[in-house]
Design a protein around this ligand. Structure first.
Ligand SMILES: [Zn+2]
Ligand SMILES: [Zn+2]
Length: 380
């Protein structure tokens, strides 16, 4: 038998539905939430217990194992259990918790209180040749971004002496806010808007950055573009974007590489399939022979049969785009018989002779066609 009765913790019957469990959890989580009981260890312990219980019986698969007595609860609930760290949660359980908290605090103020400022993202266009996009490549990216000012180290102040303690938050960088939510008035803690969470106010600005705490710098990075990227796809490089402004602590935004692929004269691409039109000499189509077909990993020679018709499409499995994730598309080669132009008198003579020896069976389609026409205008 499990050592802890999670149903009892949540105050529900063992037969409770998932909705009833969620609703009970919601009520208790709200009741014991640490933001509402700062410094209250009993409430904190209770909150932990409730979260632990919900992380198991709130998840149908875990609940089933728990009900069968197969869920090991001994490892849970130790000091390391942290509902915000995600350690003890499946991805779905974790989302669930945040669902509930955004309800509770009218839009996730709990999260904003925990998060520090984030810099803006940078969009940067990268142009690739068709083959670079198919095979992947290394690209040197040259861009400018806001970085922490090196003179003031991001504080925006001329020096430490040119700052004072923020009068709004008393230097803590945090302020309590009353939020009206579904459950009535709630108190939440968020970053102080006056000092941006730093706890200090600048009295004289840094000359280098004018108090912004950031300065624009040129940056050169080398990026590996994975094989198979498509026109319009976006690669995200986390933390390579702008630093947060106004001297706030926090993390950089992201660098978003918007991929622009130059069209190919040979290939058309659809998902991971490639399409190519292969001109074939009239005589090769008649006699059979070799044609050269381009593929991402090089050109290859393919033998076509005698009497290959114009427009025939050959499919080469796995010879299309091979993505870095291991998907491989096919290559479709459509044969286009090319009719020779500007032939010489002797060639004409030879061809005429050649055609004279043809029987009606040599051109079955033409024969059918002429027969149909004859029927159409036949008079009795
Ligand atoms: Zn500065
Ligand atoms: Zn402040």
């Amino acid at each position: 038998m499990p050592s802890k009765d999670y149903y009892k913790v949540l105050g529900v019957e063992k037969s409770a539905t998932q909705d009833q469990i969620k609703s009970a959890y919601r009520k208790l989580a709200k009741q014991y939430h640490p933001d509402l009981h700062p410094g209250d260890e009993v409430a904190a312990e209770k909150f932990k217990e409730v979260n632990e219980a919900y992380s198991v019986v709130g998840d149908e698969e875990k609940r089933a194992r728990y009900d069968r007595g197969e869920y090991d609860t001994s490892g849970m609930g130790g000091g390391g259990f942290n509902p915000f760290g995600g350690g003890g949660f499946s991805a779905s359980g974790f989302d669930d918790i945040f669902d509930i908290f955004s309800d509770m605090f009218g839009g996730g103020s709990r999260r904003s209180a925990q998060q520090s400022a984030v810099g803006e993202d940078i969009n940067h266009r990268v142009t690739l040749t068709f083959m670079e996009s198919v095979l992947g490549c290394k690209k040197t990216i040259n861009f400018s971004r806001l970085e922490k000012c090196s003179t003031c180290n991001g504080t925006g102040a001329k020096s430490e002496a040119h700052t004072k303690v923020c009068d709004k938050c008393g230097g803590s960088g945090q302020v309590r806010r009353v939020v009206n939510s579904l459950f009535g008035q709630q108190i939440s803690i968020g970053a102080c808007d006056k000092c941006g969470g730093t706890g200090r106010i600048v009295t004289e600005h840094c000359k280098t950055c004018g108090g912004r705490g950031v300065q624009s710098k040129n940056k050169v990075i080398t990026v590996t573009i994975p094989a198979g990227v498509e026109n319009g796809s976006v690669l995200q490089l986390s933390g390579e974007g702008h630093a947060p402004r106004s001297g706030k602590n926090g993390r950089n935004g992201n660098l978003l590489l918007v991929i622009s692929v130059q069209p190919s004269k040979l290939f058309k691409r659809e998902n991971n399939d490639l399409f190519v039109e292969v001109p074939v000499a009239y005589s090769t189509a008649v006699l059979g022979g070799e044609v050269e077909i381009p593929a991402p990993n090089g050109v290859f020679v393919h033998k076509i049969a005698e009497g290959t018709p114009n427009g025939e499409t050959l499919r080469f499995r796995g010879r299309g785009v091979q993505t870095s994730r291991g998907y491989a598309g096919d290559l479709y080669a459509t044969l286009k018989v090319e009719v020779p132009r500007g032939i010489s008198r002797s060639q004409r003579k030879a061809l005429e002779e050649f055609e004279r020896e043809m029987s009606v069976r040599s051109y079955p389609k033409k024969k059918d066609y002429l027969d149909e026409i004859a029927k159409l205008y036949k008079k009795d």
